[in-house]
Design a protein around this ligand. Structure first.
Ligand code: URA
Ligand code: CA
Length: 433
C-alpha cells in the first residue's frame, strides 16, 4: 500500500477499506508516514467526507493506537458520559453519585485540561483531603464497592488523536465532521465503557454554534458508537447561556451538592435528569427512559443520591462534611456585585464571555502550567428570561484579588437586557439511533 494512492482515492471520494484506514493511522502513529501526506489526507476527508463505516473504522483505529483501559473487572454495565464542553458544566459531579445510587456503576476517569474553570478533577480537589490519584486496582475496588469512583486520567490513550489533532489545528481541518466525531469517540471507546451517553452542546458558548451542526455531530457519534458495538445515545442541550448558576471550582461543587439536595438550578437539574435517565436505561436498571427518570427523581427526593455523594467523597479520602458545611471548601477573600445598568428582561448571556470572566478571576487555566484558584469564580444571579431592575445584581464575582474591573467588563458585555421575555429551550433533542 502506498500513502499517495490512498490520498488520491479519498480525493476522488471513494470509500476506503478498514485495512487502508488502519494503514494510515498506524503508519502515522509510528512515524512512518510524514505530516505532509496526512495533512493532504485530512484535507481530502474535509472535502469528500466519509461513510458511516469509514468513520467507525477510523474511530477504532485511533482508539486502538495506544493504551486501552480495561474495566471488565467491574461488575455491571459501565456507562460513560461525555460532554462536548461548555461554561459552568457541573453535570458530572451530580451524575456520578446520582446514577451510582441506582446501582449503575460509574467508573469515571477525568482530565484537568484547559478552560474557563478546571476539569472535574480540579473541582473535586476543592474538597479537603479528596484524592484523585488512585491506583487502577483501588479504583476498580471502589467502583465494585460503592458503584462510583472518579480519578485523574494517567494512562496515555489515543496517541494517534493527539498527533492528528495537532496537525488538523495548523492545516485548517479541525472543522470536519468525520474528524471531530472520530476524535471524540475514539477517546471514549479507548476508555473501556460498555455504553456511552453524549451531551452535545449547542450555542454561543459551545463548539457547535448552530442546531444543524450539533445535530449532525450527535448523529455521527451515535452511529459510530453503535456500529462499533457500544450502545450510544445523545442529547443536544443549550449552551447559549451558562448552565446552572455557578461557574468556578468550589462554587460548582457547592452547586452540585445543592442539586443533590433537590435545591439546584432548574436547568442543571433538568439536564442531569435527562442524561442520567439515558445512563440508567443503558445501564439496564430501568425498562425505559421515563421509568429511569422517575427512579432518579426518587433518589434525589429520598436523600440516597446525597448519601452516595458523601460515601463517594469519604471513600476517596475527602471530608464528607462538606455536604453540610460549604465553608470547609476554599473561600474567596473578596466578592463584588456586577449590577444591571437598566430595567428589563435578561435576553441573552453570552456564555463564552462569562467563562472568560471566571478565568480572569483565577478559576481556570490559560496555559497548562497555570495554577487554579479553587475559590474563584462567579454566581449568576439573573438568567435569561428573568426580570431585572437597574442597580440589581446580575452576577456576584469571587476572587482572592481585589481588582474586578476586567471581569466586570466581560460580564456586562455578556448581558443583553431588553423588553422581550425569552423562554430558552434547554433540551433540543434526544437522539437514540
Ligand atoms: N474535541 C475533540 O476531542 N476532538 C475534536 O476534533 C474536536 C473537539
Ligand atoms: Ca454551573
Amino acid at each position: 500500500m502506498r500513502m499517495v494512492d490512498l490520498i488520491v482515492k479519498k480525493q476522488q471520494g471513494k470509500e476506503l477499506s478498514k485495512e487502508e484506514i488502519r494503514f494510515v493511522v498506524e503508519g502515522y502513529t509510528a512515524g512512518k508516514i510524514p505530516d505532509y501526506q496526512v495533512s493532504a489526507f485530512a484535507m481530502a476527508i474535509y472535502f469528500k467526507d466519509m461513510s458511516d463505516q469509514e468513520r467507525m473504522e477510523l474511530t477504532m483505529a485511533i482508539a486502538e493506537s495506544g493504551d486501552q483501559i480495561d474495566l471488565s473487572a467491574i461488575e455491571g454495565v459501565k456507562v460513560d458520559k461525555h460532554s462536548t464542553g461548555g461554561v459552568g458544566d457541573t453535570t458530572t459531579l451530580i451524575l456520578a453519585p446520582l446514577v451510582a445510587s441506582t446501582g449503575v456503576p460509574v467508573a469515571k476517569m477525568s482530565g484537568r485540561g484547559l478552560g474557563h474553570t478546571g476539569g472535574t478533577i480540579d473541582k473535586l480537589e476543592s474538597i479537603p483531603g479528596f484524592q484523585v490519584e488512585i491506583s487502577e486496582e483501588r479504583f476498580i475496588e471502589l467502583v465494585n464497592q460503592n458503584k462510583v469512583a472518579v480519578v485523574g486520567q494517567t494512562t496515555d490513550i489515543t496517541p494517534a488523536d493527539k498527533k492528528l489533532y495537532a496537525l488538523r489545528d495548523v492545516t485548517g481541518t479541525v472543522d470536519s465532521l468525520p474528524l471531530i466525531a472520530s476524535s471524540i469517540m475514539s477517546k471514549k471507546l479507548a476508555s473501556g465503557a460498555d455504553a456511552i451517553v453524549l451531551d452535545v452542546k449547542v450555542g454561543a458558548g459551545a463548539f457547535m454554534k448552530t442546531a444543524e451542526a450539533a445535530e449532525e455531530l450527535a448523529h455521527a457519534m451515535v452511529k459510530i458508537g453503535n456500529l462499533a458495538g457500544c450502545q450510544t445515545m445523545a442529547i443536544i442541550s443549550d449552551m447559549s447561556q451558562p448552565l446552572g448558576r455557578a461557574v468556578g471550582n468550589a462554587l460548582e461543587v457547592q452547586e452540585a451538592i445543592e442539586t443533590l439536595k433537590g435545591n439546584g438550578p432548574s436547568d442543571l437539574e433538568e439536564l442531569c435528569l435527562e442524561l442520567g435517565s439515558q445512563m440508567v436505561y443503558l445501564g439496564g436498571k430501568a425498562e425505559d427512559l421515563d421509568s429511569a427518570k422517575a427512579l432518579l427523581k426518587e433518589k434525589l427526593a429520598n436523600g440516597e443520591a446525597l448519601e452516595k455523594f458523601k460515601q463517594f467523597v469519604a471513600a476517596q479520602g475527602g471530608d464528607p462534611h462538606v455536604a453540610d458545611y460549604y465553608t470547609l471548601m476554599p473561600q474567596a477573600a473578596y466578592t463584588h456585585e456586577v449590577v444591571a445598568e437598566a430595567d428589563g428582561y435578561v435576553m441573552n448571556i453570552v456564555a463564552d464571555h462569562i467563562g472568560v470572566a471566571a478565568m480572569l478571576l483565577g478559576a481556570g487555566r490559560a496555559t497548562k502550567e497555570s495554577e487554579i484558584d479553587l475559590a474563584a469564580g462567579l454566581m449568576i444571579n439573573k438568567k435569561v428570561g428573568e426580570t431585572v431592575k437597574k442597580g440589581e445584581s446580575l452576577v456576584t464575582l469571587y476572587a482572592n484579588q481585589s481588582t474586578f474591573n476586567e471581569a466586570e467588563k466581560m460580564v456586562l458585555e455578556a448581558y443583553t437586557i431588553g423588553a422581550e421575555q425569552i423562554k430558552p429551550t434547554l433540551i433540543h433533542q434526544t437522539i437514540t439511533e
